[in-house]
Ligand binder design. Sequence first.
Ligand code: PRP
Ligand code: URA
Length: 216
Amino acid sequence: MTTELYDGKVILVDHPMVQHKLSILRCKETSSKQFRELVRELALFEGYEATRDLPLSPVEIETPLQKMTAYELGGKKCVIVPILRAGLGMVDGVLDLIPAARVGHLGMYRNEETHEPVPYYAKLPTDVANRIVIVVDPMLATGGSAIAAVQYLRKAGVTDTIKLMFMVAAPEGIEALLAADDNVQIYVCAVDDGLNENAYILPGLGDAGDRIFGIK
Ligand code: PRP
Ligand code: URA
């Protein structure tokens, strides 16, 4: 169950199970252990929608009763690219769905004053340009981090549509990301009201990285 927003550039995953789990994720009483489990589960559900258009190829197989033409994933292989730190929480959920996917990493944190992303690490598969790229990060706030990730991937040679999965997005971040690169497909579990003066999403869920790793 999904709803298309922003002329189909944004897919809102509004399945009741996703919305139920997202509400628990948002609650301030939710423990880090439960938060991590929920982020992983939600990433799997979201990944199910993000992989809906993957091409299939026919394959001849034999069941215990007869031969048949079945279907298997064909075409380009996938790479999951978490934006560190918080994106790491979504990787295992997507890997549950696509176990053969490669994982690249883009490390960046937001400067607390300017809210601009500060990159500190990047490691992508050498054949990233020939793969379907799925960027994962629980939060899309100003859009700065996601835009930096997309720009890095473009410089690395990725020309296809880049898929990006977030749990919670602010309208400001969606608009900035779509303005920066129109060849992206965004998946979200919620579009929230907007940003506060510290560029945190309202109502949001707080600092996703801190909650995943339990450091506050
Ligand atoms: C958070 C979040 C995104 C970014 C979103 O990471 O995980 O990467 O902020 O904000 P933006 O859209 O305004 O760029 P943060 O920079 O706090 O780093 P962390 O994951 O290490 O906590
Ligand atoms: N990063 C987060 O973790 N949460 C927000 O609300 C904004 C940026």
